[in-house]
Design a protein around this ligand. Structure first.
Ligand code: C2E
Ligand code: MG
Ligand code: MG
Length: 687
C-alpha cells in the first residue's frame, strides 16, 4: 500500500509532490511540538500545584507544628486546633486532604484523623520527599479501594509530596513529609485550556509556514517550468529559422505516419543549390538571412497542416499530407522549386539559388521514418545529379535497396564458387586471325541466372570487393591461358582492372604468381584500364603500370574516347594499346563517327600504340576499319563472349586456326619474357 502511495506521488508534478510531502512533514513536526508543549504545560500546571501545596504547608502546618511535636506526635487537642486552622486555610485553597509523616513514617497529622498514629507502608514518593525532593503525582482515587469513600468522590487528585524542614535554609535537615492532595479537575481544565490555546497557535504557525513554503516552491516551480519549456522549444526548433529541427521533425513524422496508416503522404528533402557560393562569397550572415527567407517562403507556399523543418545546413524537409499519389507530390515539389528559384532580396542584394528536392511516398516507398528519409535522400541526390529540380524515389537508383544489399552479401560469400569468366576473341584485322581473348567476368547466380558485369561489378566496387574479384578473374583466366598455350594456341589474354585494383600493390603479387604457376609469359598478359582510372591518379597509375611493364606485362586503355585523358598523360604513360570505345565504332557508317575513329587510330599510331576497335557488330565494319588502318577488332560480328570450352570449339572451327605455336617453357622467366615464336606473333598484335 505504501508502495502504491509512493508510486502515485512520484507520478505527480513537482509542485504536487512538494505540497504533499511538506504537508506530511509539517503535520508531523506540529504533532511532535504539540506533544512537547502539552508535557510542558502539564509540568507547569503541576509545578503550580506544588506551589499551592507549599503555601498550605507553610501557612497551615509547618508554622504550627514544632520539631518535637513532629517527632513525638500531637495531642488530640492540638490535632483539633490544627484541623480548625487548616479548615480556614482550605477555604482559600481547595485541598482534598493532608497527611503529615515524621521520619519514623508515622502519621503525625491527617485530615482523616483516623489515620493519625498509623504507620502505613511507605511509598516511593514519600521516600523521595524524605530525600529532599518536592514532587507531584496524579492519582485516581476512584480506583483506590483503600481510600476513604469521601475522598474517592474527588476522583483524580494531584498529590504533592514535600519535605518538611524547620529553619529557613533550604539545606536544613528534613524532619518529615507532607502530602497535600488537590483536586485534579480544575488543574486538568487549566491544562486543557492552555493546551488548546497552544495547539491553536501551533496549528496557525504550521499553516502559515506551509502556505509560505508552498508559495515559494510554486513560484520556483513555475519559473523552472517556464525555463524547461524554453529549453524544450530550443532543443526541438532550429534557432535560426524557428522551424522544427531534425529531432522534432522525426517525432512529428513518426506521429503522422502512425495516424495516416495506409493514406499516402509524401516526404520531401530539399537541398539548396548554390547556397555554398552565397555563404563563401557574401559571408555567413547573408547565408543565415537567406535561410530564414527560404524557411518563410516554404511556410507560405505550403498548407498550414504540411510540416516544414530545417534539418541542418541548407537542408530542409517537408511532410506533405493529403497527397493522392506521387504525381500530386511531385507537382507540389515542383512548385517549391519554382518558389525558391525566384530571386531573394537580401540586404539590398538580389540572390539566386535553386533547390533539388527528393520525394519519397509513404506507404509505397516505406512505412518508417528511417527508410523514408533515406529514400527521399536518394531521390534528392538523383535530382541534384540530373538537375531536374524535383525527383521521385526510384529503386533502380538505390544501392541500398534490400535486393541490392542481399546481392552484395551473396557476392561476398559465394564469389569464389560462382564467378565465371567468359572469353571474347580479338582479331588481327589484316591477317583475319584470332590473336587474343578478353576475359569478361559473369556471375553464375543460382536463382538469377548468368548476371552481366554491370549487375554486380559496381556493387563489388562500392563494397571493397574489387581486388578479390580481379584476383579470381586473373586466377581463372591465367590458368585457362596456360592450358591454351600448352595446347599450342597463339593467344594473349586481356583482363580488365578497375581503378582500385590498379592502386593495389598486392595485384602485382597475384599477377606474378599467376603467371609463374600457369607457365604464362608476362608478355601474354594485357591489363585493360579505363581512362577515368588513369585520370584519377596519373602519377600513381604511372608507378604501378611502370612496375608491371618492367616485368613484361602490357597495358591497354579501354573505352578510349569516353574519358578525358590529356594527350600529355597518354604520351607519358607506359601503355601499349588503345581500345576505341564501341560507341564510336558503332557510328562508323556516319562521317562524324568515322572521323573520330580515324583520328583515334592515327593518334594511337603516332604514339606508337596498337589500336583495337571494340563493338564490331556490322559486317561492313571490318573493311572500313581495315581501310582506316585499325590493327585489331573485337565484337559480336566476330564472336560474343563465351565460356572457355565453347571458345576452344569456336577456335577449332575457324579456318585460321594455327596450332603451330610451340608450347611455352615449363617455367618461364617473367622479366625476360622470352618465349620464342610467341613473342614474335604477339608483336604483330601489340607494339
Ligand atoms: P569492356 O571491357 O569494354 O568489355 C567489352 C564489353 O563489350 C563486354 O561487355 C562485351 O560483352 C561487350 N561487347 C563485345 N562486343 C560487343 C558488340 O559487338 N556490341 C556490343 N554492344 N557490346 C559488345 P560485358 O561483358 O558486359 O562487360 C562490360 C564491362 O564490364 C566491360 O567493358 C568491363 O569494363 C567490365 N568488366 C567485365 N569483366 C570485368 C572484370 O573482370 N573486371 C573488371 N574490373 N571489369 C570487368
Ligand atoms: Mg575491357
Ligand atoms: Mg571497352
Amino acid at each position: 500500500m505504501v508502495g502504491n502511495a509512493w508510486r502515485s506521488i512520484r507520478n505527480r508534478s513537482l509542485l504536487q509532490k512538494f505540497g504533499l510531502t511538506a504537508l506530511v512533514a509539517i503535520a508531523l513536526i506540529g504533532i511532535v511540538i504539540g506533544q512537547l508543549l502539552r508535557t510542558s504545560v502539564e509540568r507547569q500546571v503541576l509545578d503550580g500545584a506544588i506551589g499551592e501545596a507549599e503555601v498550605v504547608s507553610r501557612l497551615g502546618l509547618q508554622n504550627a507544628i514544632g520539631p518535637s511535636e513532629l517527632k513525638n506526635g500531637l495531642t488530640s487537642q492540638r490535632v483539633r486546633s490544627l484541623e480548625l486552622a487548616l479548615r480556614s486555610d482550605f477555604a482559600r485553597i481547595d485541598v482534598v486532604d493532608v497527611v503529615l509523616w515524621n521520619l519514623d513514617r508515622t502519621v503525625v497529622f491527617a485530615t482523616d484523623t483516623t489515620d493519625i498514629g498509623t504507620s502505613s507502608t511507605v511509598s516511593t514518593e514519600v521516600r523521595r520527599a524524605e530525600a529532599g525532593e518536592a514532587l507531584a503525582i496524579v492519582v485516581d482515587l476512584t480506583a483506590d479501594t483503600d481510600a476513604d469513600p469521601l475522598l474517592r468522590r474527588h476522583g483524580r487528585v494531584v498529590q504533592v509530596y514535600q519535605p518538611v524542614r524547620f529553619g529557613s535554609s533550604a539545606s536544613a535537615e528534613t524532619s518529615g513529609v507532607l502530602r497535600t492532595s488537590i483536586p485534579y479537575g480544575p488543574i486538568a481544565e487549566t491544562i486543557a485550556a492552555e493546551t488548546r490555546r497552544l495547539y491553536l497557535a501551533l496549528a496557525l504557525a504550521c499553516l502559515a509556514l506551509y502556505a509560505l513554503l508552498f508559495r515559494l516552491v510554486a513560484d520556483a516551480s513555475s519559473e523552472l517550468q517556464r525555463r524547461a519549456d524554453e529549453n524544450e522549444q530550443q532543443a526541438r526548433h532550429d534557432a535560426l529559422t524557428g522551424l522544427p529541427n531534425r529531432t522534432l521533425f522525426a517525432e512529428e513524422l513518426d506521429g503522422i505516419l502512425q495516424r495516416h496508416g495506409t493514406h499516402p503522404l509524401a516526404i520531401a528533402l530539399i537541398d539548396l543549390d548554390r547556397f555554398k557560393d552565397v555563404n563563401d562569397t557574401l559571408g555567413h550572415h547573408t547565408g543565415d538571412l537567406l535561410l530564414i527567407e527560404v524557411g518563410r517562403r516554404l511556410q507560405e507556399t505550403l498548407r498550414a497542416h504540411d510540416l516544414v523543418a530545417r534539418l541542418g545546413g541548407d537542408e530542409f524537409a517537408l511532410v506533405l499530407t493529403g497527397m493522392v499519389d506521387a504525381e500530386a507530390a511531385l507537382v507540389v515539389a515542383g512548385r517549391v522549386v519554382e518558389v525558391i528559384e525566384e530571386p531573394f532580396e537580401i540586404e539590398g542584394l538580389q540572390l539566386d539559388v535553386g533547390a533539388s528536392i527528393g520525394v519519397a511516398m509513404a506507404p509505397e516507398h516505406g512505412t518508417d521514418l528511417a527508410t523514408l528519409l533515406q529514400r527521399a535522400d536518394i531521390a534528392m541526390y538523383l535530382a541534384k545529379r540530373t538537375g531536374v529540380g524535383a525527383a521521385l524515389y526510384d529503386p533502380t537508383h538505390d544501392h541500398h535497396s534490400p535486393q541490392q544489399l542481399a546481392l552484395v552479401g551473396d557476392l561476398r560469400r559465394r564469389m569464389d564458387e560462382e564467378l565465371v569468366v567468359h572469353y571474347q576473341p580479338k582479331l588481327d584485322l589484316r591477317a583475319d586471325r584470332v590473336c587474343g581473348v578478353e576475359a569478361l567476368v559473369r556471375w553464375d547466380h543460382p536463382e538469377l541466372g548468368l548476371l552481366p558485369p554491370a549487375d554486380f561489378v559496381p556493387l563489388a566496387e562500392r563494397s571493397g570487393m574489387m581486388n578479390r574479384l580481379t584476383s579470381i578473374v586473373l586466377e581463372q583466366s591465367l590458368a585457362q591461358l596456360g592450358r591454351w598455350l600448352a595446347d599450342g594456341r597463339d593467344l594473349h589474354l586481356a583482363v580488365n582492372v578497375s581503378a582500385r585494383g590498379l592502386h593495389d600493390a598486392a595485384l602485382t603479387d597475384v599477377i606474378e604468381s599467376g603467371l609463374a604457376r600457369n607457365g604464362v609469359p608476362a608478355e601474354r598478359l594485357v591489363l585493360e584500364v579505363t581512362e577515368t582510372t588513369i585520370a584519377a591518379d596519373p602519377d600513381g597509375a604511372r608507378d604501378v603500370l611502370g612496375r608491371l611493364r618492367s616485368q613484361g606485362v602490357r597495358f591497354s586503355i579501354d573505352d578510349f574516347g569516353t574519358g578525358y585523358s590529356s594527350l600529355a598523360v597518354l604520351r607519358s604513360l607506359p601503355v601499349n594499346e588503345i581500345k576505341i570505345d564501341r560507341e564510336f565504332v558503332g557510328d562508323l557508317s556516319h562521317p562524324e563517327g568515322s572521323a573520330i575513329v580515324e583520328y583515334s587510330i592515327r593518334l594511337g599510331h603516332m604514339l606508337g600504340l596498337t589500336v583495337v576497335a571494340e563493338g564490331v557488330e556490322d559486317p561492313e565494319d571490318q573493311p572500313r576499319l581495315l581501310g582506316l588502318g585499325c590493327d585489331l577488332g573485337q565484337g559480336f560480328w566476330f564472336a560474343p563472349p563465351m565460356p572457355a570450352d565453347e571458345l576452344t570449339a569456336w577456335l577449332d572451327a575457324r579456318p585460321d586456326t594455327d596450332r603451330s605455336v610451340p608450347a611455352p617453357p615449363a617455367v618461364p622467366h617473367p622479366t625476360t619474357g622470352s618465349a620464342g615464336g610467341v613473342l614474335d606473333a604477339d608483336e604483330t598484335a601489340i607494339r
